[in-house]
Design a binder for this molecule. Structure first.
Ligand code: ARG
Length: 462
């Protein structure tokens, strides 16, 4: 028998019933549903809508259900329509007809969105904590590699030398912004829809401020029609999570490239690598590849939600039941992606020698040859030309710039002296870039401290 049977027979076609049910998905809201109901009933008795002894018995019944669920003494009944129906049915089983009073001055429409907000409040704090651990791993790698010189790329063509620490801190800045977005989002999430009932509010003398206080909501949704039909908070979270996924995916892509044989810049620990069933020499970066592909999944989930909501008239429509599966899936996948990425970073081996060699082979000091001449009075355009010629000569002879004889430098310009070799030493080049945000050791150390201060020790990121 359905909660809503009355005018209708309550007997649905078998397939229609299965199609309509959401308990397999929304069961994970159960403890939030109980929490919301306890607050609701407490408010009803404070407002004298229920007698005190009645609310006491209902709350005791709800606490018992909670305990039984925790102890695995009761199982979810998948023939129930949804989690709200299940809890109400269990309550009536537990305390009898009095249980039927719980739903006074409430509708599943304000109930479901309250449950979801409560659930998401906990989930986003968890995501923020995982971001913090990920940031710690990035800082750890950066701290150990402030002097590890590697090629920085544009167009995936070797461009200028940077340090591995500098590169890691770029990802740290993205994660800081992600955390910042979560913090800002929490303000909007933290508003209570309960008490809006089906859509129009209620004639019962309820006290929504009181319910908000009991449930730890900072504000109350001001329009009951908006409150029951708003899913902005789901869509907004999808956007935030998708951005995190995109950041993780970009880093994954780099790790995949860096661990490939022509690069060989990093080696992923065996704990995070898989082998091939046929090629014995293979060590595959499956975890990074999966994290990369999760971004597609999160963006897909995000699109589903945006499209689901876009044409819905006010107020509640059953389409909204489809808001949960995708956001649950995105949360699950971003949490595991962050966890695996953090572990992979903490155990990543950095091949410093290989990175340095790649810098030399990539003629990353060509700009510095030009700068050297500019310092000696040559115009930049001419200096650029001379440097390009020297690169060409070196390339033709399969040499790096620092392997060219001084006579070859002098052939191109009489401004070259022995000190050219020092000027184009990669370490000196990196160290000379001290502008704010740049790659020199002291500057990257400042960036690391900046991030570490934001991470702090306890609680959410600052
Ligand atoms: N299972 C429903 C959902 O998740 C609960 C709300 C049902 N409300 C209704 N008017 N049928 O959206």
């Amino acid at each position: 028998m359905k909660l809503w049977s009355g005018m209708l027979s309550g007997e649905l076609n078998k397939e229609a019933e299965e199609f309509n049910d959401s308990i397999k998905i929304d069961q994970r809201l159960i403890f939030y549903d109980i929490k919301g109901s306890i607050a609701h009933v407490t408010m009803l008795s404070k407002c004298k809508i229920l007698r005190e002894d009645e609310s006491k018995k209902i709350i005791e019944g709800l606490e018992k259900i909670k305990k039984k669920l925790e102890d695995k003494d009761i199982e979810i009944d998948y023939t129930c329509e949804d989690v709200h129906t299940f809890v109400e049915e269990k309550l009536i089983e537990e305390i009898g007809d009095l249980g039927k009073k719980m739903h006074t001055a409430r509708s599943r429409n304000d109930q479901v969105t309250t449950d979801l907000r409560l659930y998401l409040k906990d989930e986003v704090s968890e995501v923020d904590n995982l971001l913090k651990e990920y940031l710690q791993a990035l800082c750890y790698l950066a701290e150990n590699n402030t002097e590890t010189i590697m090629p920085g790329y544009t167009h995936l063509q070797a461009a200028q030398a940077v340090t591995f620490a500098h590169h890691m801190m770029a990802y740290a800045m993205m994660a800081l912004r992600d955390s910042d977005r979560i913090r800002d989002y929490k303000k909007r999430l933290n508003s209570l829809p309960l008490g809006s009932c089906a859509l129009a509010g209620t004639s019962y003398p309820i006290d929504r401020e009181y319910t908000a206080k009991l449930l730890g909501f900072e504000s109350i949704m001001q329009n009951s029609m908006d409150a029951v039909s708003d899913r902005d908070y789901v869509l907004e979270l999808h956007a935030i999570l998708s951005l995190i996924a995109i950041h993780l995916s970009r880093l994954s892509e780099e790790i995949i490239i860096w661990s490939s044989q022509p690069f060989n810049f990093v080696s992923i620990d065996d704990m995070y690598s898989t082998g091939s069933s046929i090629m014995p020499q293979k060590k595959n970066p499956d975890m990074a590849e999966l994290i990369r592909s999760k971004a597609a999944r999160l963006i897909g989930n995000m699109n589903q939600s945006y499209i689901m909501l876009k044409s819905l008239p006010l107020a509640y429509s059953k389409d909204m039941q489809e808001d949960k599966e995708s956001i649950f899936d995105s949360l699950d996948n971003i949490k595991i992606s962050l966890t695996v990425m953090t572990g992979m970073l903490k155990t990543l081996k950095i091949n410093k020698k290989r990175m340095l060699k790649a810098c030399k082979e990539g003629y990353l000091n060509a700009t510095d040859v030009a700068d050297y001449l500019v310092n000696k009075g040559v115009t930049f355009r001419d200096a650029h030309h001379i440097a390009a010629k020297l690169v060409k000569i070196a390339q033709d002879n399969d040499q790096t710039l620092d392997q060219l004889d001084i006579s070859i430098f002098k052939n191109q310009s009489n401004k070259f002296e022995e000190d050219i070799y020092e000027a184009i030493e990669l370490e000196n080049m990196v160290e000379s870039r001290k502008s704010l945000g740049a790659t020199a050791k002291e500057e990257v150390e400042r960036q690391i401290n900046f991030v570490k201060e934001k991470i702090g020790n306890k609680g959410d990121l600052k």
